[in-house]
Design a protein around this ligand. Structure first.
Ligand code: NAD
Length: 369
């Protein structure tokens, strides 16, 4: 038998530090439910979680005069992972662009080096039929992962105002990608595909844009390291059309910041309810920020009717991608699937189901765990 102290060290419980950015509107109520589920999962799978809260968005403007205080960045950097609710609301809508709550979102991506945005578009079996796309096209199944480059391209390029040749006022933005930027996002996509159906679609506009031609060349080079993965290329306009024509053809889609912004919203709509979809933004290594794709829903904040499942599913992504707890992630997703067979918040309510509040939904998921 091992001496006691060695044995004790061997079974030392894993402890994770998570920073919570609850944000505004429904942010605090949905994050509270996700924490409830994470605590229950930790008990079940034998790890522990330590939480630290920090301010971002409107609540940070009110408390500290800016949407992303340095203290928040420091706390996030000192943790294993970050869980974000949502930011923004009418109270701060008239502030100048760089002072608005949403400026905190762009700021934190840059500050934490979150270059890869992963958005799964999945339909849970009990919600089949909720997609605006006809059943015979969806076939009851949708499982697409969009991998969007998040810290480069036209959103971060130089821009300005100028005068056109005819003397009229004009403006310009620039799209620029370096080979290392394309390589690292392509690698994320291929690595993800290796764990899924081993298919990657790279989306660009290489028939027009030079930056897209470099994108395509670089993705092809990276693909040589993943011979098992089938790679194809689509122009962005064709991809937008194919997503509604035949979404089941896709496994992993990898694309630039602006194309990914647009296509991931389209793909999430195909999946049905906005209250169901999670996302991850990853840095080099294992660090990531996890959040629902929806906003702060000020119209329903504080009423206890918001759907916490997208945030709960964001915790599942956190467990899978940042904390190496894949089984715990599967358990949460299964529990959500089971819960949906009986219980619904108002946004996804259907006849014959039991209508529940935000916190009851969290309780039910915990029970199914
Ligand atoms: P929204 O996603 O907040 O809401 C759109 C609609 O969906 C609303 O009717 C809302 O009630 C509903 N909804 C959203 N999430 C829901 C949930 N979990 N359960 C039930 N219903 C839900 O988008 P919006 O109204 O355009 O934006 C509101 C605010 O959120 C704005 O200030 C916007 O800038 C901000 N926003 C923040 C983020 C973020 O923090 N990542 C993302 C998008 C929008």
């Amino acid at each position: 038998m091992l001496p006691y102290f060695e044995y004790a060290d061997d079974i030392k419980m894993k402890n994770y530090k998570i920073t919570l950015l609850k944000g505004d509107g429904i942010g605090p109520e949905i994050v509270d439910e996700a924490v409830k589920v994470l605590n229950k999962t930790a008990d079940k799978f034998g790890f522990s979680v330590e939480y630290d809260e920090a301010l971002m968005g409107g609540c940070a403007i009110d408390a500290a005069g800016e949407p992303l205080p340095q203290e928040t960045i420091d706390k996030c950097k000192a943790s294993d992972s970050v869980l974000l609710g949502a930011v923004g609301g009418p109270k701060w809508d008239n502030l100048p662009g760089d002072k608005r709550p949403e400026a905190g979102l762009l700021g934190i991506r840059g500050a934490l080096g979150l270059f890869a945005n992963l958005r799964p578009s999945v339909i849970f079996e009990p919600l089949q039929g909720d997609s605006p796309i006809k059943d015979e096209i969806i076939g009851g199944q949708l499982d697409i992962l969009i991998v969007r480059e998040l810290t480069g391209g036209i959103y971060f390029g130089k821009r300005g105002r100028t005068t056109a040749e005819d003397g009229s006022p004009a403006a310009w933005d620039t799209e620029m990608y370096s080979v290392p930027e394309i390589e690292r996002i392509a690698r994320v996509a291929f690595e993800m595909a290796m764990k899924r159906d081993k298919r990657v679609t790279s989306v660009d506009k290489a028939n027009v844009l030079e930056s897209s031609r470099l994108w395509r060349e670089t993705v092809i080079k990276v693909s040589k390291d993943y011979p098992e993965v089938e790679l194809n290329h689509l122009y962005v306009d064709n991809c937008a059309m194919q997503l509604v024509r035949n979404p089941r053809q896709f496994d992993v889609i990898v694309t630039s910041n602006i194309f990914g912004d647009i296509l991931s919203d389209e793909a999430s709509m195909i999946a049905g309810s906005i209250g169901m979809l999670a996302s991850a933004s990853l840095a080099e290594g294992k660090f990531g920020l996890y959040e629902p794709i929806h906003g702060s829903a000020p119209d329903i904040a504080g009423q206890g009717i918001s759907n916490p499942l997208a945030t709960i599913l964001s915790v599942a992504m956190m467990l899978r991608y940042s904390l190496d707890q894949g089984e715990a992630a599967d358990a949460i997703e299964n529990a959500v699937n089971e819960t949906l067979k009986k219980y619904r918040t108002p946004d996804i309510y259907a006849e014959g189901m039991t209508k529940v509040s935000t916190s009851e939904m969290g309780d039910r998921v915990c029970e199914f765990l």
